[in-house]
Design a protein around this ligand. Structure first.
Ligand SMILES: CC(C)(COP(=O)(O)OP(=O)(O)OC[C@H]1O[C@@H](n2cnc3c(N)ncnc32)[C@H](O)[C@@H]1OP(=O)(O)O)[C@@H](O)C(=O)NCCC(=O)NCCS
Length: 144
């Protein structure tokens, strides 16, 4: 089941999956608590939170229109390839498109996640660049 969740509920998975066990409070993003930001969580059959994502309103110079940025997409290592991230991202896209009337979603994608995003129709819009401490990324986007 997919639900909106508060930022604080994303932190354990962000820490485990994306920040190598960094203290949870260090895993907060700027804009996590803005009213325009939303967080979604995927809960499995035992009501355990297995996958999280965050969407925040942020324009991008290469995209003319109003845009949102995806951040912090993370599936628990024991819950991968079950379709959780795909379902969560599709729910976020539906909310952005239908409720918020947003036209573009963009983000900095880790190289390991390229196949996942490409399987969902996202396209590259930059060459590879390094984010210090995290590794190589490319910007990706989708017209919703
Ligand atoms: C990327 C990530 C979020 C995908 O989560 P997931 O819940 O396992 O993804 P899904 O099960 O919804 O995958 C949907 C489809 O994406 C593709 N996909 C997902 N992971 C893939 C991989 N490692 N290699 C190739 N294709 C992949 C497949 O087509 C998959 O469908 P299939 O399993 O039926 O073939 C997860 O691997 C993760 O948390 N990785 C570490 C953190 C990370 O890189 N986050 C993104 C930061 S930009």
């Amino acid at each position: 089941m997919i639900r909106f969740i508060p930022a604080e509920q994303t932190l354990a998975l962000r820490s485990l999956v994306l920040r190598n066990g960094l203290a949870e409070q260090e895993c907060l993003f700027d804009h996590d608590h803005l009213p325009s930001t939303f967080h979604l969580g995927y809960f499995d059959d035992t009501n355990t939170l297995r996958c999280v994502l965050t969407c925040m309103r942020e324009k991008h110079g290469k995209l003319a229109k109003e845009a949102y940025r995806l951040r912090g997409l993370a599936t628990h290592p024991e819950a991968r390839r079950k379709g959780y991230a795909k379902a969560l991202l599709n729910a976020a896209i539906a909310h952005l498109k239908l409720q918020l009337e947003v036209e573009y979603l963009w983000f900095n994608a880790r190289t390991v996640a390229f196949p996942f995003y490409e399987s969902l129709g996202f396209e590259f819009m930059s060459d590879e660049f390094d984010i210090p401490g995290i590794g190589p990324h490319r910007e990706m986007f989708k017209y919703l």
